[in-house]
Structure formats: C-alpha cells, structure tokens
Ligand binder design. Structure first.
Ligand SMILES: C[S@@+](CC[C@H](N)C(=O)[O-])C[C@H]1O[C@@H](n2cnc3c(N)ncnc32)[C@H](O)[C@@H]1O
Length: 261
C-alpha cells in the first residue's frame, strides 16, 4: 500500500467483500430525489453520473429522465462498471463507462447535467476533473455535486478534539476531506457562471454512522496512524453511547449546483 496514493488506489482495486458492502450501502431510495432536486433534471435529459459505483444512483436518475433520456454512469473501478452493466442490462436508457483518469468519454457540450455524489474528495486532480465536467456540460446545463465535509462531523459522545484526532488519522483515505466547503469555489474557477450551495442534514441516532466510523477505523489500522488500542477504546465509547441512547451522528451533505451559460 502506498499511503500517498491510497485515496485513489483504494477505489481502483476493491476486495470482493468491500464491493459487496458498497453494493448494500449504495442502494437507491426514492428520498434521494431530494438530493438532486437542485439539478433540475427533466424527462429526456442526457445525464452523466460521475463516480457511479454499482450504478444504483444512476438507476434513480434514469427513472427521472425516462425512456426519452439517457444516463451515462462513469467510474474508475472496472468491477463496478461490469456489475452495473449486467445489473441494468435491461435498462435501455443507461450506459456505463470505465475511465482511467479525469477524461470523460463525451463530446463538448454533449450532456444536460453532470451529477457527482460523494466522489470529488477522492479525485487526484480536482481542477482537471471539473474542467472536464464543464467541457461536457451543454450551454444552459448544470453540474450538481453532492458531497460531505469532515469538518462538519458531530459524533456524540466524542469531543471536537477526539473527532479531529480520529479523522486526521484516517485522512490519507481522502484527497480532499473538506471538499464540501471548497467545491463551490472550484466550480466557479472551472468556468461555471453561477453556483448555489445548500445543505442537506444527515442525522443518525440508530447506529448507521457507526458503520462509517468502523470503515474509518479499518483505514487507520492500515495506515498505522493511531495505536490500535486507542481506536478500539474510541469505538467502544461510541458503542456504549449507542447502548445508552446517547449516540448521535451528524454529517451534512453539501448540495452544490453550478450553472453553465
Ligand atoms: C463513495 S462511492 C459513491 C458512489 C455513488 N456516487 C453513490 O453515491 O452511490 C465513490 C465512487 O467514486 C468512484 N471514483 C473514485 N475516484 C474516481 C475518479 N477519479 N473518477 C471516477 N470515479 C471515481 C469510486 O470508484 C466509487 O464508485
């Protein structure tokens, strides 16, 4: 493992158990329509889902554009692309592409919308990626980014200092852990004329956030950036707070819509 490139390498090669876990985590819920409301996707639109993973989110977008539209899922992981192709082979309005880097296999101004959910924190070159997003978006079209920002995380019962300690140890898993606050500026600098930012709350009391923390703990173990006993003690605190009904996990999603003139 190369700790300097882990943030992208761990997506290019994914062990089968992680693929299975992601396929369970990323299923489409109708409530997710709210996350893309700002994109203003219409029936008949041609849409790119950048970082489409197993393709479930793309399938939700395909329902919105209907048979007259088309959704192109794009991902850096070949296994995700293969599984999405076979999973949605009976959907005539969906296609999936494997990409090697930031370059997108579409013509200038080809698509009405580019959607990108929980991907930009991992891209090696944000500027080059958004330049491609801008290039393929049609005049009058929009790019719509949905992303978190680890600086906004609340984990009750942890103190702010503990959260910082834990996420600093896990940070090699991300190219840009604070992407939420930075993406609006990056989109304006890519050429988009106007950029709107909204926040969608993610609030969990039932323990879903604990899966996120356990995932981070597995990264910390691989990076060896905190003693194992410390990580175990922190997770035990969270588990105890869940048992005592005091657990709370809050991680807002930034919904950033960029308009191309
Ligand atoms: C956290 S998952 C999100 C999947 C999906 N967008 C969703 O929210 O259901 C991140 C996805 O981005 C993909 N990815 C990471 N870096 C990428 C890149 N540079 N270009 C395209 N896809 C990338 C990963 O392979 C993975 O499928």
């Amino acid at each position: 493992m190369n700790i300097d490139t882990f943030f992208t390498d761990h997506w290019k090669e994914i062990e089968p158990e992680r693929i299975t876990r992601y396929e369970e985590m990323f299923v489409w819920h109708d409530a997710q329509r709210l996350l893309v409301e700002g994109a203003g996707i219409e029936v008949g639109h041609e849409v790119v889902d950048l970082g489409s993973g197993p393709g479930f989110f793309a399938s939700g977008l395909a329902q919105i554009v209907g048979d007259a539209g088309r959704v192109h899922g794009v991902d850096i992981n070949g296994d995700f692309v293969d599984s999405a192709r076979s999973r949605f082979s009976d959907h005539d309005n969906m296609t999936f592409y494997h990409v090697e880097d930031h370059r997108l296999p579409f013509d200038d101004g080809q698509v009405n919308r580019v959607i990108c959910k929980n991907v930009l924190e991992y891209v090696p070159d944000l500027e080059a990626t958004l330049a491609e997003v801008y290039r393929v978006t049609s005049p009058g079209g929009r790019a719509h980014v949905i992303d978190s920002d680890w600086g906004f995380l609340v984990v009750e019962p942890w103190s702010t200092e503990t959260i910082t300690e834990f996420f600093k140890a896990a940070s090699p898993a991300f190219r840009e852990p604070y992407i939420g606050r930075r993406v609006a500026g990056a989109l304006k600098n890519a050429g988009f004329a106007r950029v709107q930012v909204k926040l969608s709350p993610f609030v969990d009391q039932a323990g879903r956030g604990l899966h996120v923390l356990r995932n981070m703990a597995s990264y910390i173990e691989a990076f060896d950036t905190l003693p194992k006993a410390r990580v175990e003690a922190l997770l035990a605190q969270v588990e105890q707070s869940l048992a005592d009904n005091n657990f709370l996990f809050v991680l807002p999603q930034f919904l950033v819509t960029a308009y191309k003139e």
